[in-house]
Design a binder for this molecule. Structure first.
Ligand code: RIB
Ligand code: CA
Length: 311
């Protein structure tokens, strides 16, 4: 019997975060210990409500914790254009009965990691504020983190500025704290997530799974793909966040390369950039396993299987 990978998913739902929750919550390979929520795609009020609506729709027993509503240093930025004014525009959910846990997300992360045998993987798919605050409040948790797997950054081009990707740009100092915590890091950046594009034929394929979770996915993509088309002219939107989860379910899915990766926190044109030394010019020790390639067809197979887990 293969042991299940224990994870905490920190996210800012967001349509692709919702897809990550779908993939994680019923995987036979993962034990989702809790979902911690952060402001990012939308305000914390919206991202928290969205996470609770998704977990209620999935009918899974996963505790949800509210975290930080603003970045550590910079002014708050949100990505309302892509995800709509609720942060999860599209689906119509039934009245929300599910409640967040009373414990703050940062305290949950600290408590759960300290109680653990060092076998918990921290997955972040939004700004890294909650994990960074936990590391600063209780530095002892660092040795208890098995690995940090983040959706964020890019060794090539950003998506908010030419230099920076949204999750890092929204809280560069938080990312810096996490990237310098001395723990193994897998950085799933735009370089690979831009290869998993949710074209209409993918949505049609997932619709054929024919359960209430595939129906949610179709509804989510109805909005997500429409805005990608309207804003960027793309027929398929990049489904960034579930790549983190898929890479844990299928370790062969993503190819990584150890690199020295540093976050630009100086505040200039490249503020929030993940400077990844792809060619090792600086001869500095690697600090992250940076994703450099992915098998998109295999990703969609993993995702379809994830939807079938709800049959
Ligand atoms: O840049 C893409 C990332 O920013 C994704 O996590 C998306 O949900 C937004 O948070
Ligand atoms: Ca996200």
């Amino acid at each position: 019997m293969q042991t299940m990978e224990k994870i905490i998913l920190d996210c800012d739902p967001g349509h692709d975060d919702a897809a990550a929750i779908i993939l994680a919550a019923k995987s036979p390979k993962l034990q989702l210990l809790g979902i911690t929520v952060v402001a990012g795609n939308q305000t914390l009020e919206n991202t928290l409500r969205n996470a609770l609506n998704v977990v209620q729709w999935l009918d899974v027993d996963v505790p949800v914790y509210a975290g930080c509503g603003q970045p550590i240093v910079r002014e708050k930025v949100i990505a309302g254009d892509i995800h709509g004014k609720t942060g999860l525009d599209g689906p119509v959910f039934p009245p929300l009965m599910r409640k967040a846990q009373p414990e703050h997300a940062v305290n949950f992360i600290i408590r759960r990691l300290l109680d653990s045998d060092g076998d918990i993987t921290m997955v972040t798919t939004g700004p890294m504020t909650n994990l960074a605050m936990a590391l600063r409040m209780e530095p002892k948790i660092a040795e208890k983190i098995k690995r940090i797997v983040l959706m964020g950054g890019a060794y090539a081009n950003g998506n908010v500025t030419p230099a920076a990707e949204f999750n890092i740009f929204a809280d560069p100092e938080a990312a810096h704290i996490c990237f310098t915590a001395g723990r193994p890091i897998t950085m799933i950046g735009l370089d690979v997530t831009r290869k998993v594009l949710c074209y209409p034929e993918i949505v049609q394929r997932m619709e054929k799974v024919g359960n209430r979770v595939s129906a949610l996915f179709v509804s989510l993509m109805g909005h997500f793909c429409k805005t990608q088309k309207e804003i960027f002219g793309w027929d398929g939107g990049p489904l960034h966040d579930p790549v983190t989860i898929a890479s844990l379910i299928d370790p062969e899915l993503v190819t990584t390369k150890p690199m020295n990766a540093q976050i630009d926190i100086r505040g200039g044109q490249s503020y929030g950039r993940t400077n990844c030394d792809f060619f090792n010019y600086l001869r500095l020790p690697p600090t992250a396993d940076v994703a450099i390639d992915i098998d998109p067809a295999r990703f969609w197979d993993v995702f379809e299987e994830g939807l079938r887990n709800y049959n």
